[in-house]
Ligand binder design. Sequence first.
Ligand code: UDP
Ligand code: MN
Length: 348
Amino acid sequence: MGYQNSFKVFLCLSVIFLFSMKIMVLEKYFEKINFTAFSIHTTKPIRKGAHYWFSQTNKHANKNITLPNCTLPPDLGPYNIQLNVPLDNEFKNERMSFGGHNKPENCIALQKIAIVIPFRNRESHLKIWLHNMHPFLQKQQADYGIYVIEQHGNLPFNRAKLLNIGYKEALKEYDYNCFIFSDVDIIPMDQRNLYRCSTNPKHMAHALDKFNFRLLYATLFGGVVAFTKEQFLKVNGFSNLFWGWGGEDDDLYKRVITAGMQIERMNNIISKTKAIPHKRDPGNEDNPKSTGFQHVATRNGEPLLEKAARRMYTDGLNSLNYTFIRVMKHRLYTKVLVDIGKPENIEQ
Ligand code: UDP
Ligand code: MN
């Protein structure tokens, strides 16, 4: 290569180098703008000018500076749920860690929330749920992880047992102190519906669109419920004995009352909730038959609900057994696949 050619190569390399430096500088600049805008939004109640201080301290990751407790942003309101999630428009947040975990960057959240979803063969609902719920939870400044507990095989579905398993599996990963047990097809329609635990177990799916936003019956406790770790231990979790559709939520209600607690609900406007319409799934038939809304689920002829109070100390978290198959870390959630066995009265 002659002198002239080497000079040309050198010139080219210099131009490329300068160009990439410029991009880096610009990126930093925009990052700063975005970050500051985000900080203003999330640290509203903190003294004037604090957002600037945060943006600086975080950037330098000074470990000696303790972050303030999180507060809710002031602009929570009706939530626009997206039911059609285009393939190329899945929710993205670069800060989120794999497995569907996220916590606020600029503040400390007091509750560490595990959201546990019972699951089998509902991919399309899960996709919609995730797409809407990640931004929802992040707006509420939640420190949370999403656990989808999948029942292996085609034997009757057992929602409650899967939720007990979710509680145990989530605790293996992080020091959660609040558990929200949610169906995969239920999405809140208002950001003021706080996905948080409270002083009593909380029912969060009482104003469903499919029931005209009315509470169906006073003791309804299905769809989405929130328990602190202590509250859930106090009721020994869910019963493991409800196979097929129905009854396990009424049983849980009885446990809460028997343990001397009340249930809480937020008002009907804040609690407006979307339930994605669907047909009953195969393998989740009524357990075993229902009369009106009162289930008469039985085990070997014994009506389960009638004996809920007596059974709760021997049937639940302390009697839970299952076979762990595997855990899969997806970008937006952690899936735990389990074999939960079969109803005692099924011979197979
Ligand atoms: N579910 C599931 N696969 C099934 C049956 C149930 O994933 O085959 C889960 C899912 O999270 C669902 C919840 O269990 O939202 C409750 O079941 P379902 O939606 O049938 O109850 P309903 O809509 O009648 O309250
Ligand atoms: Mn449903």
